[in-house]
Design a binder for this molecule. Structure first.
Ligand code: RIB
Ligand code: CA
Length: 323
């Protein structure tokens, strides 16, 4: 099936680095980032979140092997800035990527720490690079603190995290931000162009039965593996959140780079609660500027479902043809 998407063929691909915690949705974000002609994936870095750092890093290398993604991969922070760590076994399973047999990794791990790989890639690239974060923001915050001289090499930070409404790890905090609120605070105060893909928009990126049917039609080894992973993800999401169709959060942060019309956003003030006993990690998204603070972040609120899934399914087809 040929692509239905009018890829902008005359534009230079957008260079990006993906910082992630694979994680089922992170795995699909890796595939979209690596297999869309509008993007140039420079490297992948890992951060503890859905699983401990060893698990998510092994998962990143196995997904890269599975999906023909041949870029540097570097391991990052194993703990949040203030030291907390929790694994989301209830959603992603013991391995942090349960549901299908994944190949042994053929992609070697970089000898650099994630923060140093980000610095190396930014310093070497001839133009500013987009950082996409789909896990806790620890590596990104550490990078901003350790390499302030490279800040000008960042064109934008796009992160999956937060919510303008309710949370998922606590009633008001979304998992990625909850895991390291101090890191999120560093990013939100950085003054850099920011785009937030919170639960408001990612809960629209549902893996529905018709989407599963399109995956079934593909009949590739990759699509069969992805079906196994997503069926596991669907089961846990239904058990924990009573959502029969699981939300594929992380690829939304990638898709909007390819085509900004995939989401509808508002430029507003976003802050993170650091001390509330019941609300620590909550993103306070001031949609109506009630606090009178300066806007600092594009917040994606609505998703074009068909555009999103056309991009995601195209990338899976493209990945299936690479060896
Ligand atoms: O709250 C959802 C986010 O937390 C996603 O990025 C998921 O992969 C987990 O990291
Ligand atoms: Ca993630």
């Amino acid at each position: 099936m040929h692509s239905l998407y009018p890829y902008p063929c005359d534009m230079k691909p957008i260079p990006l680095i993906l910082d992630c915690d694979p994680g089922h949705d992170d795995a699909l974000a890796m595939i979209l980032a690596a297999h869309n002609p509008s993007l140039q994936l420079l490297g992948i870095t890992t951060v503890s979140g859905n699983g401990g750092i060893a698990k998510v890093t092994l998962n990143a290398r196995r997904v890269a092997t599975l999906a023909g993604i041949n870029v540097p991969i570097a391991e990052g922070a194993g703990k949040a800035i203030l030291g907390a760590i929790e694994e989301a076994h209830d959603i992603h399973g013991e391995s942090a990527l349960d549901g299908a047999e994944l190949p042994q990794p053929k992609i070697e791990l970089s000898t650099l720490h994630a923060v140093d790989l980000i610095a190396k890639l930014l310093a070497e690239h001839p133009e500013p690079v987009t950082l996409v974060a789909t896990g806790p923001l620890t590596n990104i915050a550490l990078f901003l603190k350790m390499y302030p001289q490279l800040k000008a090499q960042i064109s934008e930070i796009v992160f999956m995290g937060g919510s303008a409404s309710r949370g998922n790890r606590t009633p008001y905090a979304e998992f990625n931000i909850w895991m390291d609120p101090e890191a999120a605070d560093v990013v939100l105060r950085s003054g850099l162009p920011l785009t937030m893909c919170g639960l408001d928009v990612t809960h629209q990126a549902l893996v529905t039965k018709p989407i599963f049917a399109q995956l079934e039609e593909m009949q590739s080894e990759l699509s069969k593996t992805i079906i196994g992973l997503l069926k596991f993800f669907a089961k846990t999401y239904d058990e924990v959140f009573e959502m029969p169709d699981p939300p594929l959060h992380d690829p939304v942060a990638i898709a909007l780079l390819i085509d900004r019309s995939v989401v509808k956003s508002r430029f507003v003030n976003v802050q993170v609660e650091l001390s509330g006993p019941l609300t620590r990690g909550a993103t306070v998204v001031d949609i109506y500027n009630r606090l009178g603070e300066e806007a600092n972040c594009n917040v994606a609120l609505d998703l074009d479902f068909n555009k999103f899934w056309t991009l995601m399914l195209d990338a899976i087809r493209a990945a299936a043809t690479t060896k």
